[in-house]
Design a protein around this ligand. Structure first.
Ligand code: 3H9
Length: 708
């Protein structure tokens, strides 16, 4: 063979073609060529009757090489021509059986569907996840999958991008047999069974392509779902169109249509952003001074101090991962309330069919309530989630230092307070770290891991690894006020309030940011989180506010009226018993009155100004954080915003978004706000510098990475 990415061997009269391109056998440069060459040899060898195609290592094939997409869109290389290779495989006169283990994703599943049969390990998964990268299958997936699995399943898999397991793949006809035990042996046996039969071509099948009436309904529902659940995204709708083409056009023409839409998506801003997110999610796990080999500490039992909303949610996160938790409160009523909430959450999951009663019971049993520190001497990690006040936190940590054995990690769920100061209450600052969960902790995927001055590398490595085990995306941040996420959220929510104080209707502010793609508007988010949380923090840190600088007053005044948000039935909006929001004219009237008292004349404010002020508020603070080193990379900030704050993934995160707008344009706009609205808008020095040099945050990241 020309390259060693694909190996050909024999098992009697069966050819075994092995794709060996670690880590995930992506179909990068050389692999399609290697497969073509192996098939050529197989065809020419008259002693070989059938072939088994499989992948080396953990998995069959994870799809096209995503790294190559950037090279294609920047004109550095042409497309792989994978579609043509797959047609050749399908036309091969001798049968080819694909043997799937691990994952057959994207181009991997397309490759498998172009061969004549598929067998799989019971633990395998298959999927067309391309929409998650802002593209659609580009090597016939939208044309072959409906022919095997039926139109409804194909639309769902191509438009939503979620994988299915081997048992479902068998049920839907995507694979022909599951193989228990040795996959290669089982696949070779299958190949012998079918060796004399004609090689069936997926493209020639039409029995599952449905009737126009049935299909019309399927596509209408799919489009409706895509518009609602994948709001503003182009790829899901393109994927649905392409599957529809399979039902209205001959195979070749359907493939041409798919290719056209694939290219359109590949060159889109959405796809570039989502590919940035794919690699970003993996990059955040890499910490330059905490190498992969750093020893990790065991975390097989934990304790959580505080059974409030956050503490209860955190206890559930550990229980969901099978880790036993001691859950401590100060008195019985608080503990009962906390446990009742946890039970309610599990019951809800059971009622939605997301969890069986038995599984919920098992998880609940892992949470052991307590009023004392007894048992804390045995746990390997404690997460403190008490009220957000420094004195209380220090008392708790001093107590933990006394009762926990040496080596126990002491983590604080503080969202704003200094980890170093908290650590100063203990005799083991190297074991103290911040683990900042996001509300609801059992749902939100972000975990900000806050590194204190003395936190040891082992403790950091342990928490980073633990985040994965808990199903979270862990991002390491430095110890500054509000860390990364909340520090940036400050200017974002400040501007949202200012806009209302200057005359923008409350719902117009939320709508503009919702339309931009945020999961929720900033004011509705405040109501959800509880306006009193920020109010208390402002009281605690009031002495830090710069004198003479305009401060928003709206939320403080709402809190003074007892309007804390959803939990009190009223905040920016009013809420019914089901927590559904409606505009409250009383608040609009109060806002006008308060603004008049403050001497702020009302004016018309455009949706564009709303978005620019809120989003550039994030970006300007993000630039400061990056320059000061509190975030390792611009990408880390992006990932924090996607998983913790509902920033739309198809915009790549705030820093990526700013790069794509152009930092010179962002800088100019911020200067305009600076002139108009004053000192809050002092441009971050890094932003100014990069804008002047026509550079991006990504350039800064690469240069800093290269210098390290
Ligand atoms: C496609 O196929 C389009 C087609 O229609 C054809 C069009 C012509 N490419 O996730 P992990 C890297 S689009 C390049 O940590 P896991 C990943 O960056 C593709 N690299 O492991 C990481 O690198 P590093 C459709 C890839 O075990 C390393 O592999 N396919 C690719 O937790 C390990 O990855 C997808 O979207 C790739 N395709 O999960 C599948 N995949 O170590 C994307 C992975 O340097 N991949 N890498 O950080 C996945 O979903 C997961 O990686 C997988 C393994 C489940 C496979």
């Amino acid at each position: 063979m020309n390259n060693n990415l694909v190996e050909l061997s024999r098992d009697g009269e069966i050819a075994v073609i092995l794709i060996n391109n670690p880590p995930v056998n992506a179909l990068g440069a050389g692999v399609p060529e290697g497969i073509a060459e192996a098939i050529e040899k197989f065809v020419q060898d008259s002693q070989l009757r059938a072939a088994v195609l499989m992948g080396a290592g953990k998995s069959f094939v994870a799809g096209a090489d995503i790294k190559e997409f950037g090279k294609i869109t920047s004109g550095q290389r042409a497309g792989s021509g994978l579609g043509r290779l797959l047609s050749k495989l399908e036309e091969c006169p001798k049968p080819i059986v694909t043997a799937i283990h691990g994952s057959a994703f994207g181009g991997g599943l397309e490759l498998a569907m172009a061969t004549h049969y598929r067998v799989a390990s019971p633990t395998a998964q298959v999927g067309q996840p391309e929409v998650k990268l802002g593209i659609i299958p580009g090597a016939g997936g939208t044309q072959r999958l409906p022919r095997l699995a039926g139109v409804a399943k194909a639309v769902e898999m191509c438009a939503e991008g979620n994988p299915i397991n081997a048992a479902d793949a068998l049920q839907y006809g995507i694979v022909d047999r599951l193989i228990d035990g040795d996959l290669q042996l089982g696949a070779a046996e299958f190949a012998r069974e079918i060796a004399e039969k004609p090689a069936p071509q997926t493209r020639a099948r039409s029995e599952r392509l449905g009737s126009p009436e049935e299909n019309a309904q399927i596509f209408a529902v799919a489009r409706q779902n895509a518009r609602a659940k994948q709001r503003n995204m182009a790829a899901p709708l393109a994927a649905i169109d392409a599957v529809e083409a399979a039902t209205t056009m001959p195979f070749e023409q359907g493939c041409e249509y798919e290719q056209k839409r694939f290219i359109e998506c590949l060159f889109s801003e959405q796809s570039k952003a989502l590919i940035h997110v794919f690699f970003g999610e993996r990059e955040v796990a890499k910490i330059p001074d905490v190498p992969k080999q750093t020893a990790v500490l065991p975390v097989s039992s934990v304790a959580v101090v505080g059974a409030g909303t956050m503490g209860g949610g955190i206890a559930m996160v550990f229980a969901n991962a099978g880790i036993p938790v001691l859950l401590k409160e100060v008195d019985q009523p608080a503990l009962d309330r906390g446990l009742a909430n946890i039970r309610k959450n599990y019951d809800y999951s059971v009622s939605k069919g997301r969890l069986t009663q038995q599984a919920a019971g098992k998880r609940l049993a892992l949470i052991q309530p307590t009023l004392r520190f007894e048992g804390f001497s045995d746990v390997e990690m404690v997460v403190e989630a008490v009220f957000e006040g420094m004195e209380l936190k220090k008392q708790v940590f001093a107590e933990l230092d006394r009762v926990c054995k040496r080596g126990t990690i002491l983590a604080s769920n503080t969202s704003t307070l200094s980890i170093d100061e908290i650590a100063s209450a203990t005799s083991r600052a190297e074991f103290v770290i911040g683990t900042h969960f996001f509300s609801p902790a059992n749902v939100m995927r972000l975990l900000e891991i806050v590194r204190g001055r003395a936190t040891s590398k082992e403790v950091i490595a342990t928490c980073m690894q633990l985040s994965k085990k808990l199903g979270k995306v862990g991002v390491l941040v430095g110890n500054c006020m509000g860390f990364v996420g909340n520090r940036m959220f400050g200017p974002y929510r400040r501007e949202a309030q200012f806009l209302v104080e200057e005359g923008a209707p409350i719902e117009a502010v939320d709508q503009a940011l919702f339309d931009f793609g945020m999961a929720m508007g900033p004011l509705a988010t405040g109501d959800l989180a509880g306006l009193d949380v920020g109010w208390r923090i402002r009281k605690e840190h009031g002495h830090l506010q710069a004198l003479g600088l305009r401060q928003p007053f709206a939320e403080d005044k709402l809190c003074e009226l007892g309007r804390f948000g959803q939990k009190t039935g009223a905040g920016w909006y009013k809420y019914d018993g089901h927590r559904r929001a409606t505009v409250d004219p009383a608040v609009a009237a109060l806002m006008r009155e308060w603004s008049t008292q403050a001497g702020i004349p009302p004016r018309d404010i455009s949706a564009e100004e709303i978005v620019d002020r809120c989003i550039y508020g994030l970006v300007n603070e993000g630039a400061r954080i990056l320059e000061q080193g509190y975030a390792l990379r611009a990408t880390d900030i992006d990932i924090i915003y996607l998983y913790g704050y509902g920033f739309p993934a198809y915009r790549g995160g705030p820093m990526w978004y700013a790069d794509r707008v152009g930092l010179d344009k962002v800088y100019d706009r911020i200067c305009e706000f600076h002139r108009q609205f004053g000192a809050h808008w002092e441009p971050a020095p890094l932003l100014k510098e990069l804008a002047a040099q026509q550079k991006t945050f990504s350039d800064f990241q690469s240069e800093r990475g290269a210098a390290a």
